[in-house]
Design a protein around this ligand. Structure first.
Ligand code: FES
Length: 157
C-alpha cells in the first residue's frame, strides 16, 4: 500500500521537477488522487520542486481546500454561522463530537465520518442546519442530528 502510494506520488510529482511556480497545481493533483496531502507527499513535493518544506506547508494551510488528513466515507458538515449558532448549533456540535469522538476537521479512526463546521450553508431559514453526504437537514435538535448520522452509518452497512 505504502509502496503503491510512493510510486503514484513519484509519477505525479516528477513532471514538475524544478518548477516551483507549479506548487499549487501539483498539490491539487496529489489531493485529487489521494484525497489528502500526507506528510510524505509534502516532503516529496518540496524536494522535487526545489522549494522549502515550510513554503509547501504555508500554501497548504493558507488555502482551506487542502487537507492534511484523510476524509471519512461520510462527510458531516454542521453550520455554526450566526443564524445556526442562535439556534443552538453549539449544542448540536457537542452532541456530534461526543457521538463520534472527533473534533471539527477530524475523521473518525475507522475513516467512517469526517466532521466539519462551516460558516453558512445558505439555508439560514432552516437553522440549525447540517449537511450529511450532500443532503440538507434543518430545524435540528442535538438528538435528531445524532440520529441522522447514526442512520447514515447504518445504511452504509
Ligand atoms: S447561518 Fe447556518 S445556514 Fe446560514
Amino acid at each position: 500500500m505504502v509502496e503503491k502510494r510512493t510510486s503514484q506520488l513519484a509519477e505525479l510529482i516528477e513532471p514538475y521537477a524544478g518548477r516551483s511556480e507549479e506548487l499549487i497545481q501539483v498539490l491539487r493533483e496529489i489531493q485529487e488522487k489521494l484525497g489528502y496531502l500526507p506528510k510524505e507527499a509534502q516532503e516529496e513535493v518540496a524536494q522535487t520542486l526545489g522549494v522549502p518544506l515550510s513554503r509547501v506547508y504555508g500554501v497548504i494551510t493558507f488555502y482551506n481546500f487542502f487537507r492534511t488528513s484523510p476524509r471519512g466515507k461520510h462527510i458531516v458538515r454542521l453550520c455554526t454561522g450566526t443564524a445556526c449558532y442562535v439556534g443552538s448549533a453549539d449544542r448540536i456540535l457537542t452532541a456530534l463530537q461526543s457521538r463520534l469522538g472527533v473534533a471539527p476537521g477530524e475523521t473518525t479512526k475507522d475513516l467512517a465520518v469526517t466532521l466539519e463546521t462551516v460558516a453558512c450553508l445558505g439555508a439560514c431559514a432552516l437553522s440549525p442546519v447540517m449537511v450529511v453526504d450532500d443532503i440538507y437537514h434543518g430545524l435540528l435538535t442535538p438528538d435528531e442530528a445524532v440520529a441522522i448520522v447514526d442512520r447514515a452509518l447504518e445504511e452504509a452497512g
